[in-house]
Design a protein around this ligand. Structure first.
Ligand SMILES: Nc1ncnc2c1ncn2[C@@H]1O[C@H](COP(=O)(O)OP(=O)(O)O)[C@@H](O)[C@H]1O
Ligand SMILES: [Mg+2]
Length: 274
């Protein structure tokens, strides 16, 4: 695999294969329940503080919100805790303080599986497809919580990403980086989520492919699915963002509309290369 430029992708899901024998951030929580918490944004993760296992806090009073119809983008330096924040929103990390509310319900105590059932779709930064399975099988896996006929949803995903229809019988591992990201996003869409969370969907792809992926993401947002996205292509991502969060050392550093952040002197100097 050393010649594989996308070697950091693919199925390294610890629940499938765990070479190091150390669990990371997948507590199996059962029996948590959601309770009504009306009002406020469609998604709000408020005052999140917490870290991995018994380790130090990575997130410090971090707050992220997404309104209906919005694209919200989290940017910030490597190691700032962006992925950790996404995992916390998805329930892969126990919060020591703070709570997560989705669509008027407090879901802080729910497992990731239960959050999927409540409408969260999450594409993690790594291990987001099954490389040995075909494109179609990956999409079928995405529909794991559904008991109804999901063929219409699969057709919609093939309409959104036509190349996946063409390659549906091919192992996902044979696809290019940009195409794999389409599989990953498609997989998350198979549950018909009410909110789509993407961690660095354009990592490792060319600028042209990045633009195409952003166009598809905007298209998904236009269908009414709010999007929370982490991006390392900060400038480009903020250009399409209704709301932006700059995270530094596990905390909110700047928050504003995408445009506000793009013209902010300090944000420009420190995070956008001038
Ligand atoms: N599974 C993990 N276990 C322990 N620490 C982790 C784990 N994943 C990330 N970290 C630590 O959390 C901090 C934030 O990492 P991360 O959320 O991946 O940052 P970003 O996504 O902004 O690059 C880093 O110090 C990293 O070393
Ligand atoms: Mg990350």
């Amino acid at each position: 695999m050393s010649s594989d430029p996308y070697g950091d992708r693919g199925n390294k899901d610890v629940s499938v294969a765990n070479p190091k024998g150390t669990g990371t951030a997948h507590p199996v929580k059962r029996g948590g329940s959601a309770h009504p918490a009306p009002g406020g944004p469609f998604l709000i993760a408020e005052g999140m503080t917490g870290g991995y296992g018994t380790g130090p806090d990575i997130l410090h009073d971090c707050t992220i919100a997404v309104e209906k119809g919005e694209i919200a983008v989290i940017v910030g330096p490597n190691g700032a805790g962006k992925s950790t924040a996404m995992k916390a929103v998805f329930g892969m990390l126990d919060l020591r303080a703070g709570h997560v509310r989705l669509d008027g319900q407090d879901i802080t105590a729910l497992s990731p599986q239960d959050r999927v059932a409540r409408g969260m779709g999450f594409v993690p930064q790594t291990s987001n497809i099954f490389t040995s399975m075909t494109v179609e099988e990956n999409l079928e896996m995405g529909a794991f919580i559904r008991t109804d006929d999901f063929s219409d949803t699969m057709e919609q995903i093939f309409d959104l990403f036509p190349i996946l229809r063409e390659k549906r019988r091919q192992p996902a591992g044979e696809l290019s980086g940009g195409q794999r990201q389409q599989v990953a996003v498609g997989r998350a869409l198979m549950t018909k989520p009410k909110l789509l969370m993407l961690d660095e969907p354009t990592a490792g792809v060319s600028p042209i492919v990045m633009d195409e992926l952003f166009d598809r993401i905007i298209e998904v947002a236009r269908t009414g699915i709010p999007i929370l996205m982490v991006e390392q292509n900060a400038r480009q991502a903020l250009e399409i963002a209704d709301k932006g969060y700059v995270m530094v050392q596990g905390a909110n550093a700047y928050t504003g509309t995408g445009k506000e952040l793009l013209v902010n002197e300090d944000v420009r100097k420190s995070f956008l290369g001038g």
